[in-house]
Design a protein around this ligand. Sequence first.
Ligand SMILES: C[C@@](CO)(OP(=O)(O)O)[C@H](O)COP(=O)(O)OP(=O)(O)OC[C@H]1O[C@@H](n2ccc(N)nc2=O)[C@H](O)[C@@H]1O
Ligand SMILES: Nc1ncnc2c1ncn2[C@@H]1O[C@H](COP(=O)(O)OP(=O)(O)O)[C@@H](O)[C@H]1O
Length: 284
Amino acid sequence: MKIYEKAPAKINLLLDVLRKREDGFHEVEMIMTMVDLADRLELEELPRDTIIISSQAGYIPLDEKNLAFQAARLIKERYDVRKGVYIHLDKKIPVAAGLAGGSSDAAAALRGLNRLWQLNIPEDELCRLGAELGSDVPFCVTGGTAIATGRGEKLERISNPPQCWVVLAKPPINVSTADVYGKLRANELREHPSTADMVSAIERGSFSDICTGLGNVLENVTLDLYPEVLQLKESMQKLGADGVLMSGSGPTVFGLVSKEAKLPRIYNGLRGFCKEVYVVRMLT
Ligand SMILES: C[C@@](CO)(OP(=O)(O)O)[C@H](O)COP(=O)(O)OP(=O)(O)OC[C@H]1O[C@@H](n2ccc(N)nc2=O)[C@H](O)[C@@H]1O
Ligand SMILES: Nc1ncnc2c1ncn2[C@@H]1O[C@H](COP(=O)(O)OP(=O)(O)O)[C@@H](O)[C@H]1O
């Protein structure tokens, strides 16, 4: 039997860091939502007790470093599953981009294997397993829109933002999340974006207040390392996006746009100097 799972990309509408923890991770407060740019996983049971990963993308690991492999190994160990699985990853989400492509693949593998092997694992347990694989995996298990706290694994579901267009532009650099958190001086942050204001804007369905409330304290770290990300941000603003922010640790910059008529100018303007530009919808 073959089954399919979609693994959408996330964006952080807000990302605040409260402090660095003893365990090396950072205590965060984030508002995350999904966009309609997704990898697609094909899962097929194998008679042999093995995990095989393939992908059309030449630039991701296919061995135990792959997060979908780690998800399959974790579920097999915890639930004593002595069957094998072949997982094909049709990658559409750019890698190391701040869009949680790997985390979403891991989450989709957990959901898919739960179905394929009829394990009936409840969603909160899938989230706990996901947290063992990465801080963003629990959110990718549930999807929707959520406030994420702790190191990102504690989730509170909120309503979805009003529907809009999302323009994603990724400059040709790979950013290491660990590196960006490592360079952040969490105790010296003077400005914090307001989670309460953003939650209120989302719940009121106010697109303009969502645009003004966007904020990410990791942005300055990545902008200092890679000035081309700032150039991208400024271009997207000049081209008419209503709200612009870097997602996660970057380098992808997203622009929220309410009017479809604005899209050709923004897309064509960005494509003039950035090869990877996507126009998608919020997943609501
Ligand atoms: C920044 C964010 C925002 O959504 O996303 P990305 O830019 O990676 O997409 C996340 O916090 C990333 O989550 P994820 O990519 O799952 O991180 P993990 O694999 O758990 O951790 C990678 C490294 O980032 C650092 N890290 C991560 C999360 C956190 N709350 N504090 C940290 O300091 C740690 O150094 C850790 O070793
Ligand atoms: N299934 C996967 N898809 C993409 N990257 C993966 C996957 N499994 C492991 N990785 C590794 O994880 C790292 C971060 O990938 P990704 O999740 O795309 O980053 P980000 O969280 O910044 O969006 C990459 O260096 C990549 O080699």
